[in-house]
Write a protein that binds this ligand. Structure first.
Ligand SMILES: Nc1ncnc2c1ncn2[C@@H]1O[C@H](COP(=O)(O)OP(=O)(O)O)[C@@H](O)[C@H]1O
Ligand SMILES: [Mg+2]
Length: 248
C-alpha cells in the first residue's frame, strides 16, 4: 500500500526566503497528522508543495503515488485553504463553492449531473449548511466558512484532505463541530493533514504530529511531539509565571 502523502527532501524558496528546507515527511493512509509550528514556519507552504501549487527547488512529492497536480486533477486530494488565502468577496454562493469539489468528477464541460447535485446536498447536510446554501460565501461566519470548504472536500470524496488552520477564527461550537466532522472523515479511512495553532486540539484529533520550523523538528505520537522540551525548540520558552505581588 502506498503512503497517502510522501514528501522527500523538499526545499522551497520565495526569492531570498527559505520557506522549507529539506522537508521529508510520510503520512500513511487513514492517519490524521497534525502540523504544528509558529507563524512563518512553512505550514501553508508545505500544503501548497503537496498540492504542487508552489515550485520546489529540490525534492519530490507523491499523493497516493501520484504527483500533486495529477492527484488534484483526479480529485484524490482536497484542500481547505487558510482563510487569509481566500477571496471572500468573490461572488459565489456556498452551494457553488461545494460544487467546485465535483469538478474532478465532471466532464470537460463541467456540467453538473444528478449525482453531483446529490453529493453537494449531502455534503451541505453533513456540515449543517443546507439552510445557508444560497448565501454568498463572504456572508458567513468564520466557522461557517471553514465548514463550507470542508463540505467542498466531502463533496469531492477526496481520499486525502489537507486542512490549513481549520480552527483559526472559529468559535467553540464550530470548533467542536469541525473536530467531530474530521474524526468521521478519518473513520471513513481518509487521510488528513491538519495544521493548527491550537495544541489542545491535537491529542483528541491526531494520530501523529509534526513540528515544523522550515525543517521537520519532530514527527511522532502527539504526546511525544507535545513534550515541553520539543515544543520549546519551536515556540521558544513558555512565559514565566508572574511573581505574586508583595503586599505588606
Ligand atoms: N507568496 C510568498 N512570497 C514571499 N514569501 C512568502 C510567500 N508565502 C510565504 N512566504 C514566506 O515564507 C515563510 C513561510 O510562510 P508560510 O508557509 O505561510 O508559513 P505558516 O503557514 O507556517 O505561517 C514565511 O517567512 C513567509 O513570510
Ligand atoms: Mg499558514
Amino acid at each position: 500500500m502506498s503512503a497517502a502523502i510522501e514528501v522527500t527532501d523538499a526545499t522551497v524558496r520565495y526569492g531570498d526566503v527559505l520557506a522549507l528546507d529539506g522537508v521529508t515527511l510520510t503520512v500513511a493512509q487513514g492517519r490524521v497528522c497534525g502540523l504544528l509550528g509558529t507563524n512563518g514556519s512553512g505550514k501553508s507552504t508545505l500544503f501548497k508543495t503537496v498540492l504542487g501549487l508552489v515550485p520546489t527547488d529540490r525534492g519530490r512529492v507523491r499523493v497516493l503515488g501520484r504527483t500533486g497536480p495529477v492527484a488534484r486533477r483526479r480529485g484524490l486530494v482536497g484542500y481547505v485553504p487558510q482563510s487569509e488565502q481566500v477571496d471572500w468577496a468573490f461572488p459565489v454562493r456556498v452551494r457553488d463553492v461545494v460544487m467546485m469539489g465535483r469538478y474532478g468528477h465532471m466532464g470537460r464541460r463541467r456540467k453538473a449531473r444528478t449525482a453531483d447535485r446529490e453529493a453537494v446536498a449531502h455534503a451541505l447536510e453533513r456540515t449543517h449548511l443546507s439552510e445557508l446554501a444560497d448565501r454568498q460565501i463572504g456572508a458567513l461566519s468564520g466557522g461557517q466558512r471553514k465548514r463550507a470548504f470542508v463540505a467542498r472536500a466531502i463533496a469531492q470524496d477526496a481520499a486525502v484532505l489537507l486542512l490549513d488552520e481549520p480552527f483559526a477564527g472559529v468559535d467553540k461550537r464550530s470548533e467542536a463541530h469541525i473536530t467531530e466532522l474530521l474524526l468521521r472523515l478519518r473513520q471513513e479511512g481518509r487521510t488528513l493533514l491538519v495544521s493548527t495553532h491550537d495544541l489542545a486540539q491535537v491529542p483528541a484529533l491526531c494520530d501523529e504530529a509534526v513540528l515544523l520550523q522550515q525543517r521537520v523538528l519532530a514527527h511522532g505520537p502527539p504526546e511525544e511531539v507535545l513534550r515541553p522540551e520539543t515544543l520549546m525548540a519551536a515556540f521558544g520558552a513558555p512565559a514565566q509565571e508572574e511573581e505574586p505581588a508583595w503586599t505588606p
